[in-house]
Design a protein around this ligand. Structure first.
Ligand code: ATP
Ligand code: MG
Length: 449
């Protein structure tokens, strides 16, 4: 969307509406970044916005009247118009007890979290309204609380996490006083609902510089509130396969992974089981069984943060398979077994590959050499996939009822066992997956079950 439809809204609302673009949209306009939403604010009360917009033939939906918000459709695109408001008292560090509508624009801007989010741009033209020097902070690339950070972080415990998230998205520093206030307000941050925390962590991870946001979480102590299992990763030394400790490696893998939620969360959590499984034997460092431990912790962390089932499944599948890497020495049968395992967990080869590359890049060892070897491995695996070998029991040439008929037995546990053994044989030799050859084998196997 462009500015033109906003001008139509401005003329629909008429003079005195003081229609302004606010918050993240102004920040992103000034930075030349794309922005998903166009948040608008006006002096008019929501009922008046609805009345005037409807009179001008616009569609309006009362989406949040109690907060002063209505949604107007401009060229099918929803834009939110919120009445200038101030927040009432914050009693629990989570939400204001009440909001007061009909205040001045200056007061509305003063309730906002950071100076770069507290600017307004009049739609009908005119100067940027910037009472807290947000524009200077945009130029200096600084996230700075509006007003006293200790007070602002006491009001709403989510703000410290938002500071880290914006730093990661924009590649900015957090102003020293703002950052110093975070450790003093951890008890307020602790009370924030898991869903809100998850949304911010997810944005932080999918940002352009997630490693910057994660380092800020560790430095400020926010990490210990929501991801305490990650703390022992800091300074956890590794072995000759790695140039960095577990935490540093993790930050690099997160940054190297494509900016997709599943891949980034998996990158964050794939080695979380390492500190708890570390052992040193004759001078060599090992992490025996760390994948299983990482998997357990990953499930617990994502459940606690109330991540969606779909994301949990995706991340778990990536973490589960991150430790296996087919080498040239593997035969085709072993490679097919590997493909079958990925498919069994709903993980595509392309996703496994993307994650594996990021993991390797984060090790800081012979990256060029690894990329070449990985390319060759992927060619080989893709060639195997192209042959469409049977990778699960459903792909066997004989289905369950054919096998029951052949054995002359009703279904039972023996059937699953027979199918499993037939699949093993077919993974070794895909060419035996014909009704005739499989029948021979089934007859020989079934007497042993
Ligand atoms: P994005 O939409 O890109 O995530 P944004 O800055 O638009 O970033 P929103 O969460 O959409 O963030 O909020 C819109 C605006 O509302 C912010 O720019 C800020 O001015 C204000 N705001 C949002 N959350 C808070 C908060 N917890 N405390 C104070 N002000 C807030
Ligand atoms: Mg927004």
């Amino acid at each position: 969307m462009t500015w033109a439809p906003l001008l139509r809204l401005q003329s629909a609302l008429g003079g005195g509406a003081e229609l302004v673009l606010v918050g993240g949209a102004v920040r992103d306009e000034l930075l030349g970044r794309p922005h998903a939403d166009w948040d608008l604010a006006s002096r008019l009360l929501p009922e008046e916005v609805m009345k005037r917009a409807r009179a001008a033939g616009l569609r309006v939906i009362p989406t949040g009247l109690q907060h002063g918000t209505v949604t107007v459709l401009l060229d099918e695109q929803p834009v939110e118009v919120t009445t200038f408001r101030s927040d009432g008292d914050y009693l629990d560090g989570r939400r204001p007890e009440s909001v007061r509508l009909g205040v001045s624009l200056a007061e509305d801007l003063s309730r906002r979290d950071f100076t770069i989010n507290a600017m307004a741009l009049p739609v009908e033209g005119g100067d940027l309204v910037d009472p807290f020097d947000g524009r200077a902070d945009l130029v200096a690339k600084v996230i700075r609380a509006v007003g006293d950070p200790l007070q602002r972080f006491a009001e709403d415990g989510l703000r410290p996490l938002r500071a880290c998230r914006f730093a990661a998205q924009l590649g900015f520093e957090v102003d020293a006083a703002t950052l110093a206030a975070i450790p003093q307000r951890l008890e307020v941050a602790r009370k924030v609902a898991a869903e809100r925390v998850f949304t911010e962590l997810d944005k932080l991870l999918r940002a352009a510089e997630p490693q910057r946001g994660l380092a800020l979480l560790a430095e400020s102590g926010l990490l210990d509130l929501w991801l305490p299992e990650l703390r022992p990763m800091l300074g956890c030394a590794q072995n000759r396969h790695h140039a960095y400790d577990v935490w540093e490696h993790t930050l690099r893998v997160v940054a190297a992974a494509p900016a997709d939620a599943g891949l980034r969360w998996a990158a964050l959590l794939h080695d979380v089981g390492k500190p708890g499984t570390r052992s040193v034997v004759e001078g060599h460092t090992h992490f025996y069984g760390h994948e299983a431990r990482s998997l357990e912790l990953t499930e617990a962390i994502l459940e606690r943060l109330k991540a969606s089932q779909a994301l949990r499944k995706d991340v778990v599948s990536l973490v589960k398979h991150h430790g296996v890497y087919p080498t040239e020495a593997w035969g085709d049968a072993a490679c097919r077994r590997f493909l079958a395992k990925l498919a069994g967990d709903g993980l595509s080869l392309a996703r496994w590959s993307a994650f594996s590359l990021a993991d390797q890049q984060g090790k800081g060892m012979d990256w060029e050499g690894h990329q070449r070897a990985h390319g060759a491995l992927m060619q080989r695996l893709e060639a195997l996939v192209a042959q469409a070998p049977p990778l699960n029991v459903k792909a066997l040439a004989l289905d369950g009822s054919a096998l029951m008929k052949l054995a002359g037995r009703p279904g039972g546990p023996w059937l699953g066992e027979l199918q499993r053994r037939l699949l093993e044989a077919v993974l070794d030799e895909p060419e035996i997956n014909t009704a005739e050859r499989l029948s021979d084998l089934a007859v020989r196997l079934v007497v042993k079950i």
